[in-house]
Design a binder for this molecule. Structure first.
Ligand SMILES: NC(=O)c1ccc[n+]([C@@H]2O[C@H](COP(=O)([O-])OP(=O)(O)OC[C@H]3O[C@@H](n4cnc5c(N)ncnc54)[C@H](O)[C@@H]3O)[C@@H](O)[C@H]2O)c1
Ligand SMILES: [Zn+2]
Length: 374
C-alpha cells in the first residue's frame, strides 16, 4: 500500500461499534484493500453518476478482480435525493440483487450520499455494514463521522433516520480537487465551527490559512481535517445519541436549518446557512450577556475571509424563520433552543431563548450584517 503523504489515523470508541478514520492523499487507491479486509460477500456502491466514473469504478474494478461482486447503485445529485422514496428504491435494488447479511454498502460522495446510504445500510436486513468514503469537505469533517444517518420529509429536514455507525471512514483529500469551490467554502464553515465550539488554536490556524483555504487548498488541509474529525470523534465517543455534549455540534444550526428549509433545500448550501446561523447565535449570545461583545464581528470577518457571506437572505420573514425553528428537532415543546458560546473556543449546552429576544436578534443581525459582501 503506497501513498503520497502520511496517513493520519484516529478512531471513534464505542465498544463493539468502534471504527477507524483514515485521512490522507491518494487513499482511494487503497480503498479496495481496506474493504476486502472486511470480508464482504458483495459490495453495493451508492454514489452519483459523475462520482461513479471518477471514484467508484476504479475501486469497484479492483474489488471485482479479487472476486467480490460489486453492484453500482447511482442516484441523482442534490438534497432532493435524500428522501424516503429513494431509500425504498435502493432497498429493492439490493433485494433484487440478493445481497445478503455479509454485504457491505460503500457510500462514495458528500453528506447526501453518506446520510442516505448509511440509512439504507441501517434498514436492509435489519442492518448491514457500511463504509464512508466522503468526497466533499463538509462530509470529510462532519457528516461521515458519528453515525447520524437519515433522510428528509416534505415536513422537515432529517426527520427520519437512525444512529448507525459505519465500519470504516476513508478520507482521501485528493477527491477535493474536483469539488466546486462553492461547496469547498461551505465546508469551511463547519471547520470554523469546530474551532469556535472547542478549539481556539484550530480557529487561529484557519484564520492564518484563510487566503489559501478560500481558494480551495492549504498545505495544512489534511491536518485541519484530522483535527475536526478528532473533535467530532471525541464528542461522539462520549455521547453517541446526543443526550448531552453532542448537542454543541449544532452550533449555528438552529437558524441554519431554518434558512435551508425556507429556501426549499437548495438555494443556500448547508454550510452557507450554518455560517449565517453561527454569526446569529453569537450575536444572540452577546445580547444575552453570555458571549463577549465583538465576537460576532470577529466571526464575520473570519467567515468573509473564507469567502462566505453572513447576511440573512432577502425576502425571508422573521416570523417564517421563527415558525420553522419552533418545529425543528432541536426545539422542545415549541421552545427555541440555541447553542451559545462563552468565547471563541468554548461552547455551552443549548439553552432556551424566548421568541421576542430571537426576533430582536434577527433585527440586529439584519442591521449590522445586512451587507451581502464577502
Ligand atoms: N450525518 C451528519 O452528521 C451530517 C452532518 C452535516 C451535514 N449532513 C448532511 O449532509 C448534506 C450536505 O452534504 P454536502 O454538503 O456534502 O452536499 P452533497 O452531498 O449534496 O454534495 C454536494 C455536491 O457536490 C458533488 N460532489 C461531491 N463530491 C464531489 C467531488 N469530489 N467532486 C465534485 N463534485 C462532488 C455532489 O454530487 C453534489 O452535487 C445535508 O443533507 C446535511 O443534512 C449530515
Ligand atoms: Zn452541519
Amino acid at each position: 500500500m503506497e501513498s503520497n503523504t502520511p496517513i493520519l489515523t484516529l478512531g471513534v470508541s464505542l465498544d463493539s461499534r468502534s471504527y477507524p478514520i483514515l485521512i490522507g492523499s491518494g487513499l482511494l487507491r487503497q480503498a479496495a484493500a481496506h474493504i476486502t479486509s472486511l470480508q464482504p460477500s458483495q459490495v453495493a456502491v451508492v454514489t452519483h453518476p459523475r462520482l461513479a466514473q471518477w471514484y467508484a469504478e476504479p475501486v469497484g474494478a479492483v474489488l471485482a478482480q479479487q472476486g467480490i461482486p460489486v453492484h453500482l447503485l447511482t442516484v441523482p445529485p442534490g438534497e432532493r435525493t435524500k428522501r424516503w422514496e429513494v431509500v425504498g428504491r435502493l432497498l429493492r435494488q439490493m433485494a433484487q440483487r440478493a445481497l445478503d447479511r455479509r454485504c457491505v454498502v460503500l457510500a462514495i460522495g458528500g453528506g447526501v450520499i453518506g446520510d442516505l446510504a448509511g440509512f439504507v445500510a441501517a434498514c436492509y436486513l435489519r442492518g448491514v455494514r457500511y463504509v464512508q468514503v466522503p468526497t466533499t469537505l463538509l462530509a470529510q469533517v462532519d457528516s461521515s463521522v458519528g453515525g447520524k444517518t437519515g433522510v428528509n420529509l416534505p415536513e422537515g429536514k432529517n426527520l427520519v433516520g437512525a444512529f448507525y455507525q459505519p465500519s470504516l471512514v476513508l478520507i482521501d483529500t485528493d477527491t477535493l480537487k474536483t469539488l466546486p469551490i462553492r461547496h469547498f467554502r461551505a465546508g469551511l464553515a463547519e471547520i470554523l465551527k469546530y474551532g469556535i465550539i472547542a478549539d481556539e488554536s484550530l480557529w487561529q490556524l484557519v484564520h492564518d490559512e484563510a487566503h489559501w483555504l478560500r481558494h480551495g487548498s492549504s498545505a495544512h488541509l489534511a491536518d485541519i481535517i484530522h483535527r475536526c474529525c478528532e473533535i467530532k470523534a471525541k464528542i461522539v465517543s462520549e455521547d453517541e445519541t446526543e443526550q448531552g455534549v453532542r448537542a454543541i455540534l449544532n452550533f449555528g444550526h438552529t437558524l441554519g436549518h431554518a434558512l435551508e428549509a425556507v429556501s426549499s433545500y437548495g438555494r443556500l448550501l448547508h454550510g452557507e446557512a450554518v455560517a449565517i446561523g453561527m454569526v446569529f447565535a453569537t450575536l444572540l449570545g452577546e445580547l444575552q450577556g453570555i458571549t463577549p461583545q465583538g465576537s460576532a464581528e470577529q466571526m464575520t470577518s473570519a467567515l468573509r475571509a473564507l469567502g462566505l457571506s453572513v447576511a440573512l437572505p432577502l425576502g425571508v420573514s422573521h416570523e417564517e424563520l421563527l415558525a420553522v425553528m419552533a418545529r425543528d428537532k432541536k426545539a422542545r415543546g415549541g421552545h427555541l433552543r440555541f447553542v451559545l458560546i462563552e468565547r471563541i473556543g468554548q461552547a455551552r449546552l443549548p439553552m432556551v431563548v424566548n421568541e421576542k429576544e430571537v426576533i430582536h436578534a434577527l433585527q440586529v443581525h439584519r442591521e449590522r450584517f445586512g451587507r451581502a459582501s464577502t
